[in-house]
Design a protein around this ligand. Structure first.
Ligand code: ADP
Ligand code: ZN
Length: 721
């Protein structure tokens, strides 16, 4: 009898053993269907000695039901799954689930019927039909998707299909993607760029684990240089994964990629339609997807023959996942490259201190691009001390910044204002009784969104319409908006420059790839004079006519629950500054601050990156913070406040005592209430020698908690909320 051990998708149960029925062939990595009680579950065949469980007698084993028609997961990927689960103290099933990220793809090849306009007219026109026909021009999709696009019910569309106005098209779900050509349109590289590209190309040819950090100023052409490495991998018939931090960025990237390689890459992110998802997934396992560009979740897909991984804007916090499996895609990318024995490239103008440290200690090879490509120069940076140059009452932009914006408009150039706050105002209060609008589910103020006329919580999504009168004292016309968000800044710009065309760029306005593409086209085409945006505008955009960047409040990032606040502020401001003067015209950056003396602000003003990193490195060394020591957070939550407190207390009471590890807390989390759950936190600071994960596993593994309590571990945490 052949018995196998399965990793099953149920974190509570752990691995289970099964019998392989006669005639069925499986190997480690095979994806199979197995019975579990009356249900069927999906599992992955695993090496039994790597996945321990209590033995079950042969006679009691149930047989596997089927092998799914997908390639077995390769051992390199199985090792990555194990490593990720170990390192992040996460259930291995939860990690494996990220690999099998498309339920549809597991069912094998398939076709789907899509519909498109045939050009015919209906026998009888109704307003709904008219609307549908107008909206569906050039579209082809399933009934359900078309109904969404047209904003009518599927019944209306079925009526149109019945009359031949919509015609069916049978589509192969796995139809191949257009092929990228390595030598479609190569650039002429500068000497600096060529040197970097040559190193990367050689590494791809060598085909072994080599981690690189491209440390190149904004606009130096980092993308162009790693494109050469991609070309080499393509020529070798190997796959490439490029991780980007934002969908908004992906849009700009796709255009550039298609210009260079003659076809767009395969895209992977959370808002793909299920048909796109299954098509991408199958092409990835089949080795047909040549280059995959995606958000962090693309990292765990079952590539057949990876040749290169690139993490662009590698310093970005959005590579850190803060729920479910709390992993950092930047770090797991390096591990994946190690298991696959291929090169990995981290690219950034403002690398994380951890990455620079790895380069300085020789673990990563550092490749430097010290200057901008072509004639572009780095922008000139100046501080605006808000305690001296005060904005007019009720305004947030200092007179000097306003004057500079007027000049830009007169010269036909673009300005960009950065404020990392969505909405109109972060706090609304009653002038009469002092009542503040707070989220019922979270420890947070409700943010006013004037454009969509709502008060919203940015943590749980709770929304209400702003009332006419104060809900506390009943007074009318007494509610005041406190402080600015980007919408309020956009209003101020409209007062200063009534004729300017202003674009608001936040996740509220630029949430979809289409919207992002539209914005980029308008900004590039000169249809926008002033861009007002959140952290979204700090990333990757390249608008040659943009010559002025204003940072509305550089002090903002220094508040709040970020363990690396100074570094984050440095990165955000340096990145947004890097949007200025990328073309032939010089760029100017004005940073508004109330603390010009703060080391990070002073370093930004002086353009002295090295000084900032040196000071920050010393501070971290002193605090035993990463990369010198390690952090981990334990977050305890429950809908019942007493239950959460008690669970946190019992964790605190059993804390490990050892000289190289210190446990702080438990204490109420800064977000003491989040999505209706009360939260407590413990922070662990450990030396590198401490065996942090084993200590945590041993410690928490001993404890029992009530059903309603959730305990999650965050290794190398970023956020401290
Ligand atoms: P980074 O990613 O370092 O900020 P990019 O790769 O976006 O820089 O390059 C900045 C701009 O300069 C882009 O528009 C890019 O197309 C252009 N560029 C960079 N290098 C070259 C080159 N060798 N030939 C032509 N254009 C280049
Ligand atoms: Zn909330």
């Amino acid at each position: 009898m052949i018995r196998v051990r399965l990793l099953i998708f149920n974190a509570a149960l752990g691995p289970l053993d099964y019998r392989v029925p006669d005639g069925m062939v499986v190997e480690p990595g095979s994806v199979v269907v197995a019975p579990l009680g009356p249900r069927q579950i999906i599992g992955i065949v695993w090496e039994p000695d790597r996945l321990l469980t209590s033995a079950v007698a042969d006679a009691r084993l149930r047989p596997l039901l089927a092998v799914l028609p997908v390639s077995p997961l390769r051992s390199e990927l199985r090792r990555l799954i194990e490593w990720t689960a170990e390192y992040y103290c996460a259930p291995i099933a939860a990690v494996a689930r990220m690999v099998l990220a498309s339920g549809g793809a597991l069912k094998g090849p398939a076709t789907v019927t899509e519909y498109r306009l045939s050009g015919g007219a209906p026998e009888r026109m109704t307003p709904q039909r008219e609307r549908a026909i107008a909206a569906l021009e050039g579209e082809q999709a399933t009934m359900r998707e078309l109904a969404g696009i047209a904003g009518v019910s599927e019944n209306v569309l079925r009526g149109l299909a019945g009359q031949g106005v919509l015609e069916p098209v049978l589509v192969d779900c796995d139809r191949p993607y257009p092929r990228a050509q390595p030598s479609h349109s190569p650039p002429v590289l500068s000497h600096e760029q060529q040197a970097v590209a040559d190193t990367l190309v050689a590494a791809v040819q060598q085909n072994r684990f080599r981690p690189f950090l491209i440390d190149g100023v904004t606009g130096s052409g980092k993308t162009e240089t790693y494109f050469e490495a991609i070309a080499t991998a393509l020529a070798q018939q190997r796959q490439v994964l490029v991780l980007l931090p934002e969908i908004a960025l992906t849009e700009a990237f796709l255009g550039r990629f298609a210009q260079r390689f003659g076809a767009p890459p395969v895209v992977w992110h959370s808002s793909l339609k299920s048909t796109e998802r299954r098509r991408a997934w199958r092409a990835i396992t089949a080795g047909e997807a040549q280059v995959v560009v995606g958000a962090r979740s693309a990292l765990f897909l079952p590539y057949r023959k990876l040749g290169l991984i690139v993490v662009d804007e590698a310093h970005e916090v959005s590579f850190k996942q803060d729920e479910g499996v709390r992993y950092n895609a930047r770090d797991v990318a390096v591990m994946r490259a190690r298991f696959e024995r291929i090169p990995v490239v981290l690219a950034s103008a403002t690398p994380a201190l951890e990455s620079l440290h790895m380069a300085d200690t020789g673990t990563y090879e550092k490749l430097v691009l010290p200057s901008r490509y072509g004639v572009a120069e780095l922008p000139h940076i100046d501080l605006v001390n808000l305690t001296e140059e005060k904005p007019e009452p009720g305004r947030w932009l200092a007179p000097r910044l306003a004057r500079e914006m007027v000049q830009r408009l007169e010269r036909g150039e673009q300005s960009l204002l950065f404020l990392n706050r969505r909405g109109y105002a972060p706090l609304t209060l009653c002038r009469h009784c002092g009542f503040r609008f707070q989220c019922p589910n979270c420890s947070a103020w409700l943010v006013e969104h004037r454009l969509s006329q709502r008060l919203a919580c940015h943590h749980c999504g709770h929304e209400t319409r702003p009332p006419e009168t104060c809900p506390e004292c009943g007074e009318a016309d007494c509610l005041v908006a406190c402080g600015p968000g980007v919408e309020r800044i956009a209003d101020e710009v409209a007062e200063i420059l009534p004729e300017a065309r202003v674009a608001l760029v936040t996740s509220d306005t630029l949430g979809s790839p289409d919207k992002a593409a539209e914005f980029i086209a308008m900004a590039e085409g000169g249809a926008i004079d002033v861009i007002v945006g959140t952290q979204l505008v700090t990333k990757g955009f390249h608008f040659p006519e943009l010559t002025l960047v204003g940072v509305v409040d550089a002090d903002l990032g220094l508040e709040g629950g970020d363990l690396r606040a100074a570094e984050r502020t440095y990165q955000q401001v340096a990145q947004v500054a890097g949007r200025a003067g990328r073309g032939a015209k010089p760029g100017e950056v004005l940073i508004q601050t109330r603390h010009p003396e703060a080391p990070v602000i002073a370093a930004l003003a002086a353009g002295d990156r090295d000084a900032f990193y040196a000071a920050e490195t010393e501070a971290r060394r002193h605090a035993g913070a990463p990369p010198f020591g390690r952090w981990a957070a334990i977050i305890v939550s429950s809908e019942d406040e007493a239950e959460a407190r008690e669970a946190a207390r019992s964790i605190g009471a059993t804390r490990p005592v050892q000289p190289d590890l210190q446990v702080l807390g438990p204490a109420p989390a800064p977000m003491a209430l989040l999505r209706g759950r009360y939260r407590y936190r413990l922070l662990i600071n450990a030396r590198r020698s401490a065996g942090l994960q084993d200590v945590i596993r041993g410690w928490l593994g001993e404890l029992k908690f009530p059903q309603g309590v959730r305990v999650s571990v965050d290794i190398d945490p970023y956020s401290f909320v």
